[in-house]
Design a protein around this ligand. Structure first.
Ligand code: AMP
Length: 631
């Protein structure tokens, strides 16, 4: 680790109060906090005690003096061919109107509002309107089906729900209103009202006169258009976000107010190297944590312009993102490895056609970034590309380069160093002792968790403690559920989830390690490795490989390619990690946020039911796995 980053990090751990009191100056406080940290009830953490602030004020009102005409949001939908900008003043007006409407429907401080929206500006207005009046929003990703939606409704019991007639993806209309109706028909505690934004995508809407409210009509009929700020004590909740839900009952990650605002503001400065007046393009969805933090709150708190994009990375052609970067002079781009792998399959002229002069950094997160994708995109855009690691639970990066503090060399496959505030340790599973350099262990965080991390599981403190803090009996640490190593230079490497471990003849192997080894083969776009039951060795890895050129190259060549891959694994990791079978497929089953549905693949390969597929991006990917693995 470089000296400057090391010192900054050490200072944040040794002199926590002083460090965070300094960062707290990045936001507006209506009244000052009287204590930086309260850790009297471990592992629960309170930040900036008795300080009063408001996310919406920090995101909009405080910028009006200097930036009222600056674009706050640039909205681009390649699904509906729409593009327009919203200034900070316009955002203020829209959010106030939305807040007034919520108030009229009796929504106040502490009430929950469930937002189930496509990527349209009204979704952002709704989030900020909730923040303005102290209501707690829970944005549910539009890809969730009605049963998942109902489950979330019953967990957070919203007073009002906000939706739209439909979303669009790849030219297909996704009828949100219909899904909401279905969800509410099976929900045990449906909200009194559903506010609906009509996009004109669905002609015939089933309308429930008592429950449903047409957003535009209702806003027109308002007699008040401005709503005062509800100042919240720093630890009062701002939002709930349910985690991916690939297994079990989804957990409502609860975030506070003051710590959240401070953490995001600090991350924009130190990690993303971004400044007020600059433009950021985060290609996620508001339904995911990346969208909450880096499409909405952080850029606006910082006084930046944020690009809100509805559409695929490849339509109308694979140059679309690069064209937006040129046109809107984007300074920071935030995306996912999956998206980059999609683009990697395309002709590089789609990048070369555009000037990326404004772009300073590309940040990638959410899943392992393999070396070949990392080096390909670095060469293609000729800009620093940063892998960084974080979770819904943490809300902002845990392991990351920090170019805002110092530019450090890239090591492929590594999300670099622990961010300031995180007392991160790689611990031995056997006894929670600290692993040596290059020794695999559990990536853990010694509490208190820094500002911005989850405060608890909504409505279930016990689950918070039991899920995240009970890996070791001997010591209280937060588990990321990821394997990792720290090398001799302080760079960290994530080796996959602890819950995806493969045990081959008593040897524990991370699926990610095998994937990395396979990925090094030149002709491979993507790979997924899962462990399947084996009568002799307990478990054996099998691999599903997407080739870069996936025309029919005949069985002989496939056989040749299989052999090459096996050899590659033998060479990188040893024969113990050699996949039992390699299947060539045209795509991998993933959630809409790019998470591989490893457990579903594993279940199919073992002849079991794949489980909950509601978050699946494309059903055809699962069908292909079923087909190729059929005995
Ligand atoms: P989520 O909360 O859905 O964002 O998922 C968090 C998980 O995604 C982490 O626990 C990791 O397993 C994985 N993850 C996120 N970022 C990275 C990264 N840069 N490298 C490897 N894995 C990552």
């Amino acid at each position: 680790m470089s000296q400057e980053i090391n010192e900054f990090h050490q200072y944040s751990i040794d002199r926590t109060d002083e460090f965070w009191a300094e960062q707290a100056k990045l936001i507006h406080w209506n009244s000052d906090f009287d204590q930086v940290l309260d850790y009297s009830r471990p592992p629960f953490t309170k930040w900036f005690l008795n300080g009063k602030t408001n996310l919406c004020f920090n995101a909009i009102d405080r910028h009006l003096k200097d930036r009222s005409k600056q674009n706050a949001i640039v909205y681009v939908s390649t699904e509906t061919n729409t593009e327009f900008a919203i200034s900070y003043q316009e955002l203020y007006d829209e959010v106030n109107r939305f807040a007034a409407l919520l108030k009229k429907k009796q929504v106040g401080k502490g009430d929950r509002v469930l937002i189930y929206m496509p990527m349209i500006p009204e979704a952002v207005y709704a989030m900020l309107a909730c923040a303005r009046i102290g209501a707690i929003h829970s944005v549910v990703f539009g890809g969730f089906a009605s049963a998942s939606l109902a489950q979330r409704v019953d967990d957070c019991v919203p007073k009002v729900m906000i939706t739209a007639d439909a979303g669009m993806r790849g030219g297909r209309i996704i009828p949100y209103k219909g899904l909401v109706d279905e969800a509410l028909s099976i929900s045990e505690q449906p909200p009194a009202h559903v506010i609906l934004v009509k996009r004109g995508l669905v002609e015939q809407l089933d309308w429930n006169e008592e429950r449903d409210i047409d957003y535009r009509e209702a806003v027109k009929a308002l007699d008040i258009e401005e709503v005062g700020i509800e100042w919240l004590e720093s630890n009062e909740p701002s939002y709930i976000l349910y985690t991916s839900g690939t297994t079990g009952k989804p957990k409502g990650v609860q975030r506070d107010t003051g710590g959240h605002a401070v953490a995001l503001a600090a991350s924009m400065k130190h990690i993303y190297d971004a400044r007020a007046g600059e433009t950021i393009f985060t290609t996620s969805d508001i339904g995911w944590v990346v969208g909450h933090s880096y499409i909405v709150y952080a850029p606006l708190i910082m006084g930046m312009t944020t690009i809100l994009y509805e559409g695929l990375p490849t339509t109308p052609d694979p140059g679309i993102w690069w064209s937006l970067i040129e046109k809107h002079k984007v300074n920071v781009l935030f995306s996912s490895p999956t998206a980059i792998r999609v683009l990697k399959k395309q002709d590089s002229k789609y990048i070369d056609n555009y000037s990326l002069a404004s772009l300073k950094h590309l940040f990638l997160a959410g899943e392992p970034l393999d070396e070949s994708t990392h080096s390909w995109i670095s060469n293609a855009i000729k800009k620093p590309v940063h892998d960084h690691f974080w979770q819904t639970e943490t809300g902002w990066p845990v392991l990351t380069p920090m170019p805002g503090i110092e530019k450090t060399p890239v090591k492929y496959g590594s999300p670099s160093f622990p961010a300031y505030g995180y007392n991160l340790k790689v611990l031995r599973e056997s006894d929670a002792s600290e692993a040596d350099a290059n020794e695999k262990g559990l990536v853990s965080i010694v509490p208190p968790l820094p500002p911005g991390c989850m405060s608890t599981v909504w409505g279930d403190d016990e689950r918070f403690v039991n899920t995240y803090f009970s890996t070791f009996e001997s010591t209280l640490v937060y588990s990321t559920f990821d394997w990792g190593i720290r090398d001799q230079d302080g760079y960290h490497f994530i080796l996959g989830r602890t819950d995806d471990v493969i045990n081959v003849a008593g040897h524990r192997l991370g699926t990610r390690e095998i994937e990395e080894a396979i990925q090094n083969n030149g002709n491979i776009a993507e790979v997924a490795v899962v462990g399947v039951e084996d009568a002799l060795k307990g478990q054996m890895p099998i691999a599903f490989v997407v080739r870069k050129s996936h025309g029919d190259d005949g069985t002989a060549m496939s056989e040749q390619h299989r052999k090459e891959i096996m050899k590659q694994v033998d060479q990188s990791l040893g024969a113990i990690a050699r996949p039992k079978t390699i299947y060539f497929v045209s795509m991998l089953p993933k959630t809409r946020s790019g998470k591989l549905l490893r457990r579903s693949i594993q279940a199919i390969a073992e002849g079991r039911d794949p489980g909950d597929l509601t978050t699946l991006e494309d059903l055809a990917a699962i069908e292909e796995i079923i087909k190729v693995t059929k005995p």
